[in-house]
Design a protein around this ligand. Sequence first.
Ligand code: ATP
Ligand code: MG
Length: 567
Amino acid sequence: MASETAKPATGRDFIRDIIDAEIAAGRNTEVVTRFPPEPNGYLHIGHAKAIWLNFGVAQEYGGRCHLRFDDTDPTKEEQEYIDAIKRDVHWLGFDWGRHLHYASDYFDQLYDWAEHLIRAGKAYVDDLPVEEMRAMRGSLTEPGHNSPYRDRTVAENLDLFRRMRAGEFPNGARVLRAKIDMASGNMNLRDPVLYRILHAVHPRTGSKWCIYPTYDFAHGQSDAIEGVTHSLCSLEFEDHRPLYDWLIDNLPVPSRPRQYEFARLNIGYTVLSKRVLTQLVRHGHVTGWDDPRMPTLAGLRRRGVPAAAIRDFVRRAGIARARSVVDIAMFEHSIRELLNKIAPRRMAVLRPLKLRIDNYPFGANEELVAVNNPEDALAGTRPIRFGRELYIERDDFMEHPPKQFRRLAPGREVRLRYAYFITCREVVKNAVGEVVELICTYDPATRGGNAPDGRKVQSTLHWVAAAHAIPAEIRLYNPLFNRAEPDTGGDILTQLNPMSVEILTGSQVEPALGGAAAGEPLQFERQGYFCLDRQSAPDRLIFNRTVGLRDSWTKTRATGDQVVENI
Ligand code: ATP
Ligand code: MG
């Protein structure tokens, strides 16, 4: 990982090498890219890679990047998604300026070009039912067969296509196909569909159209209309490139874009397929597109992941042609590295255990000083309240500790952060034998956390004062899936991690957290990075865990038992 951090912030990859070579050869004076989402769901972290690449490359070469909605299927697309995508691209730190476009802006032009192909004898209306058309396409090993409608005259094709447009036929009755080669080794060239009938209201064109271009027919031509020079897309479109080029070659387009493919981002224990994510949202397996367990930009934002950490991560993951799966630990590393620098430290007790200091005066309390961020001197300090009754973390105490456990135990002395040394004298239990309270004593001479006689303790615990702490709900998140590489073709529900969220309702946090703003990054000492959830209210604080301080998930998974940390 050390060598990766040494990479320049812009990244270096084969796409940039291609552009450099073009510039060196004097072939390209301008770099115009586009990010072309289909508004049928929210953006996820895989899209962040495509956004970072397209906008990043344009910025570096003094060009421009367009945001273009690929809105060619009104049965799946919604205004909500358009709005969310614009919000998320901006949040990620990129701006399309004047270049907000929609494939639907080009429907008239695309229609004219479809007629152009018909007139040139390069497209025809096919009446075959879908299943028959599919059967006649052949397979990777078998050539396809010509449709009986393939040799219609230009006049007949024009007439039928115009009537398709006029709404004379129901959905699925006919399609317009390119006339290329049913025996081609590339399935995409076996007379691909260019237009289909869809009687559906479009978010932008309303009911003007009842035929819509396919992705293949809209995409390259939209690039050409916009003057896009480098059409960067993920590898699954590699086999579509000959079709992309065929259409550009056979239409009077105003410019000649080129398509280049790169490998999609895949992350362990994560699914980056809009189809699957939509299924999780629709069927209530998550609370929505912005559920903090979702790999969507909206979910990550709500969880407290800063946009800069996502940019850093996709840069480190890099752009390559080979398919790979990135370890989720690498993403968490980018998050921690950034949050460590900027997140104010606070004390929060997730699972409280009461602790009474027997020799501390009744009714007294005092103010101590806590450092806001040891990584940032300018962050200053804050006062914290200490008193006779405190809460500490339940798992910071063990009545019968194993050897490696260095935290509080009967008879043992530990430090309370920024406060005093305390020693556990007595354990109070309830009727069923559970520890409910610890009776301790403190050493007043250790105020601030050090003993004048130089004696040492083996651990330092965080705490809050019972009289001043605020109750809070804390939501801990783990990966949504229980398999490193979820099988999106299989039953996705059986691969969901039943422990993807743990909700703690009885947590106690220091008073300063009452003033936290939603989304503001925070570090809860010894616990991890957190942020206030958008559902939080002044009388019901809710915090999301963004990420733990260490990669405890991988360790717990590997050993199958709880990690005991010596702090
Ligand atoms: P899905 O297959 O999940 O429906 P998609 O790729 O069809 O997603 P689009 O809205 O068409 O979703 O994606 C817009 C752009 O983002 C495309 O150019 C696509 O190549 C790119 N993209 C999508 N997912 C990833 C990913 N995991 N890594 C990199 N780029 C991606
Ligand atoms: Mg797509």
